[in-house]
Design a protein around this ligand. Structure first.
Ligand code: G6P
Length: 481
């Protein structure tokens, strides 16, 4: 082993807690990221914790290269008291692993996104990408093995690193390894679209962990079903565990909650107030239907827009009385499917404004530049929140809007979002493929009496913050004994 260090708690994820940008003179500027994992990790007080992540762009690579063993904290970067090891993986390998396998294959399988008459087609090029995916996972396993103290706890995050638990176990059988899947798990019949050897490799990769965590029981069970059917593993569906080749992996269900304290405070800072005032000027006295998403195929933005159009066509009483505020932020623009999906979102939005807009009313406000403060302003303003993913591991927006909304909001929620398991009772449930039913749910949401809306929002907000990101993280750590 090249180095032996003392990390007792390790986290591994493709995207790390910090990223870099560089100015033309080569100066590197560090930016801290947000999100549940970053908040969760703040609960760890151990100074010997290390977060291992990948360098995502050229500026990240430059920062990693000028840090001993990629340890940014030793390279003179202020990473907030945290040790971060950023892996400088060969760009071509990274591209094939991240864009080719993680985002174009595993993401598509678990979110059921293929147009199966034409895709997928697992050819020689795919096998090459898979070799890169193995190499990228092995780089994580080696870095973790090098950093971990004997018996340390390692929490491996998400589908990018599905092979890492088994690879790490081979190198360091003494470690306690946890894996967490932040996305849904595909049903067996869909998962087996993958070539047989690769499906087995993904499953045994995850089974390298002592514990595999999911946001809902539904995803945990789907994983167990795949292990039973495709590996012949022994599955305990009551206590949730999978035994394969003499080793047992426990399955855990940890539903990540919204960070209520942070959101409530952040949503009342002056930059949010300013954006709220601007939105109010644009919307006037009208009601709002709000959605905030990254523009991912799984978010189902296009059908959401079609449902809004159907509402305006079939319920003319809402014309001039409602505005749809749709924030669709850029995501994974290296992928052609994502670029054309983004174009479709813009096109349909324009069509809606052309069909219904008047001198005094713009029916739809579409914003595509990421602005967190403006998202929070929209959350505060929302009368109706539309969250209609085709499939989603959790969907934190569904939890965040009820927590932040000023007057309470009616939540129209896809039954295929992980969050639905906890919010179903007080949400208006939809089948995300059913545009007509979604339009009808929007009508019901807009018509909901104020007191009912307030009561439902209170209960939604309480359920949303039930498991704070900090507790979510600590629970997994505790369970990994
Ligand atoms: C979504 C998923 C996460 C995943 C992330 C990766 O937010 O819910 O589970 O890790 O996408 O996104 P990225 O921008 O890094 O490709």
């Amino acid at each position: 082993m090249a180095e032996l260090t003392t990390a007792r708690i390790l986290v591994a994820s493709n995207r790390g807690p910090v990223s870099f940008s560089s100015s033309p003179d080569g100066t590197l500027t560090l930016r801290r990221g947000g999100g549940g994992l970053v908040s969760g990790l703040s609960a760890i007080e151990d100074p010997n914790a290390v977060w291992v992540c990948a360098a995502l762009g050229e500026a990240d690579r430059a920062a990693a290269r000028q840090s001993p063993q990629g340890r940014l904290d030793r390279g003179g970067f202020d990473v907030g008291g945290q040790a971060v090891r950023m892996l400088d993986i060969d760009p071509a390998v990274f591209d094939q692993a991240y864009n080719g396998i993680a985002n174009s294959t595993l993401w598509f399988v678990h979110h059921l996104l293929y147009d199966t008459p034409t895709a997928p087609s697992f050819d020689a090029g795919f096998r090459e990408q898979w070799a890169s995916f193995e190499e990228y996972n092995a780089a994580f396993a080696r870095a973790l093995a090098a950093e971990a103290a004997p018996g340390a706890a390692v929490l491996v995050q998400d589908y990018h690193l599905a092979l890492t638990p088994a690879l790490l176990r081979e190198l360091r059988p003494d470690l306690r390894i946890g894996y967490f899947s932040h996305i849904p798990w595909a049903p067996v019949d869909y998962f087996r679209l993958l070539p047989d050897d690769i499906a087995a490799q993904v499953l045994t990769g995850v089974l390298g962990a002592d514990r595999a965590g999911f946001h809902t029981r539904r995803w945990a069970t789907a994983f167990a079903d795949c292990c039973a059917e495709l590996l012949g593993a022994q599955v305990d569906r009551v206590d949730l565990s999978v035994t394969f080749q003499g080793r047992t992996t426990k399955l855990g269900v940890h539903s990540l909650g919204a960070d209520g304290e942070f959101l409530r405070e952040r949503a009342h800072r002056p930059d949010v107030d300013e954006r709220l005032a601007a939105l109010r000027r644009a919307v006037g006295e009208r009601k709002t239907i709000v959605r905030v998403d990254r523009t991912e195929l799984s978010k189902n933005i296009v059908r959401g827009l079609l449902a809004y159009r159907h509402l305006l066509r079939t319920r003319p009483e809402w014309r001039e009385r409602v505005v749809h505020v749709a924030f669709a932020y850029p995501s994974r623009q290296d992928l052609a499917e994502y670029r054309s999906y983004t174009a479709a979102v813009r096109r349909i939005s324009e069509e809606i404004n052309t069909e219904f807009g008047t001198m005094s009313w713009q029916p739809l406000i579409l914003q595509v530049e990421d602005d967190f403060a403006r998202s929070l302003a929209a959350y505060r303003l929302a009368d109706v929140a539309l969250v209609n993913p085709i499939r989603d591991g959790m969907n934190l927006v569904a939890k965040e809007i009820p927590v932040v909304s000023d007057q309470g909001c009616a939540l129209v929620l896809s039954r295929e979002a992980g969050a639905h398991a906890e919010l179903a009772e007080d949400a208006l449930t939809i089948n995300p493929y059913d545009v007509v039913a979604t339009a009808e749910a929007l009508h019901r949401a807009l018509s909901m009496p104020a007191d009912e809306r307030t009561e439902r929002t209170k209960r939604l907000a309480a359920a949303a913050v039930a498991l704070s990101p900090q507790q979510w993280f600590l629970d997994q750590l505790d369970a990994l004994v």
